[in-house]
Design a binder for this molecule. Structure first.
Ligand SMILES: [Zn+2]
Length: 449
């Protein structure tokens, strides 16, 4: 292919500014970024309309695809179609919920075999840490996982037990030796009140909320700061919900501890006070907290104590959400939102005075950096993959279940009014979504480190 594809627009979003530009693409890569008029005469030119902006494809490093073994929960085909429709061109799959989980090399091979030829966007993989698998970490890293996840509380999945402080002390020196990132579900079991104790009004959201207090998160993060300091391991806190932990993360960062954190759209958009009785589609762990906590999370994002925002897309079959009984304590915890991260974050970010370049930082470049893809994904620049989205930031829409590509359409966002509609998604220069349909065949590749 010796001709270029050129995409030009009046509003192209770079990391620190928005400007008119023409993006020149060859063989799936950005060969150069020129001025708006610099289009030559030897390429296919796509002129983007003036309402739309062009941004890097989104990178979502926290997605539960649940396959093989629990493909009825989601699956690579449905998840990556939802990603494409949501402007996500790179996603990283979590190591649990699949059977087998990605905690051994054969488990990883089973995952790759299942995902093969089913991915519509580029996909990478986290490995997992469970009691006794320290010997598996080096081979998993060699096989290409981007890092390792552990839980400090039961994950809800029998095949993926949580680890204790003692078990972390065994795994962390090995992670440090490998230079691997440890990502942590940071809640400790101690402060969590069991369902049996607190079973008075199980369809009342406040019952569930009080069963998983901020203290469970705060204590876990305190532990991880101590262990990171002790072992020199890079640690990342996934789905931070308790804003009380922000000052201690900030302090640790200033003190040279290699700790980072992410939060999720649902913690930045919803508030506990507004969750209706029995609305179990809102259940996730740690829980969505009060409006005041939400505003503190926004401040943490603004001052970069919280590095970025990922979906934690974690769906399940509708029956497991127990919408029939509305019992929060029995419902599966997890929110489906892979397709909606851009409009949710944009809708809220705008209200707080943030601009497009903040979106690129939170949704594209920093997540790419987390998984070692900072030279290839998450920015519009020469040499980067031509993963691009065209979207209309002003258009508002109400989320309809029928427009979601997720396998299960149950989501707390159904009915929400949001701003920002994805018009086109390009994966390495190929248009894979046109605002309505996903292009066949699937052309995503594995991103193996
Ligand atoms: Zn998760």
């Amino acid at each position: 292919m010796n001709h270029d594809l050129i995409i030009r627009a009046r509003r192209v979003v770079f990391e620190d500014h928005v400007a008119p530009a023409s993006i020149h693409i060859r063989d799936g890569r950005i060969t150069s970024v020129g001025s708006f008029d610099q289009v030559g005469n030897h390429g296919d030119l796509i002129d983007v309309d003036d309402q739309s902006v062009v941004m890097p494809g989104l990178v979502d490093t926290h997605v539960h695809i649940n396959s093989p073994g629990r493909t009825e929960w989601e699956g690579f085909e449905t998840a990556t179609k939802a990603a494409a429709a949501g402007g996500v061109t790179t996603l990283i799959d979590m190591p649990l919920n699949s059977i087998p989980p990605t905690t051994t090399t054969p488990g990883f091979e089973a995952k790759l075999a299942t995902a093969k030829n089913k991915c519509y966007v580029d996909v990478g993989f986290w490995g997992g840490i469970v009691p006794g698998n320290t010997g598996e970490l080096a081979p998993l890293k060699r096989a290409g996982v981007v890092g390792f996840k552990c839980f400090l509380v039961p994950s809800g999945i029998d095949e993926f037990p949580h680890v204790t402080e003692q078990e972390l002390r065994e795994a962390m020196p090995e992670l440090t030796r490998l230079g691997a990132l440890l990502i942590v579900h940071a809640e400790l079991p101690g402060p969590i009140v069991t369902a049996a104790v607190n079973n008075n009004a199980p369809d009342d959201y406040s019952t569930f909320l009080s069963s998983r207090p901020k203290k469970a998160e705060n204590d876990a993060i305190d532990l991880m700061i101590r262990l990171s300091r002790e072992h020199g391991t890079r640690v990342h806190i996934v789905h931070l919900s308790s804003a009380d932990a922000i000052p201690m993360i900030r302090e640790a960062q200033a003190d040279g501890v290699k700790i980072t954190a992410e939060t999720c759209p649902h913690y930045l958009h919803f508030a506990a006070e507004e969750i209706p009785a029995g609305a179990t589609e809102f259940k996730c762990c740690p829980p969505i907290r009060e409006a005041q906590n939400r505003e503190e999370l926004w401040k943490g994002l603004k001052d970069a104590t919280i590095d970025f925002v990922v979906s934690d897309h974690s769906p399940c079959p509708a029956t497991m959400k127990r919408r029939d009984t509305g019992n929060f304590l029995e419902a599966w915890g997890g929110i489906a939102s892979l397709q909606l991260r851009l409009p949710v974050v944009w809708t809220e970010a705008q209200k707080r005075g943030h601009g497009f370049h903040d979106l690129v930082t939170w949704l594209c470049s920093r997540p790419a950096e987390q998984v070692g893809l900072q030279k290839r994904k998450g920015r519009i620049a020469q040499g980067f993959d031509a993963d691009l989205i065209v979207w209309d930031p002003e258009e508002r829409f109400a989320v309809e279940a029928s427009n979601l590509f997720h396998r299960h359409k149950i989501s707390p966002y159904v009915g929400e009014n949001l701003s920002g509609v994805v018009r086109k998604t390009f994966l390495r220069g190929r248009k894979i979504y046109d605002g309505r349909d996903i292009d066949e065949p699937p052309g995503g590749m594995f991103l193996l480190n």
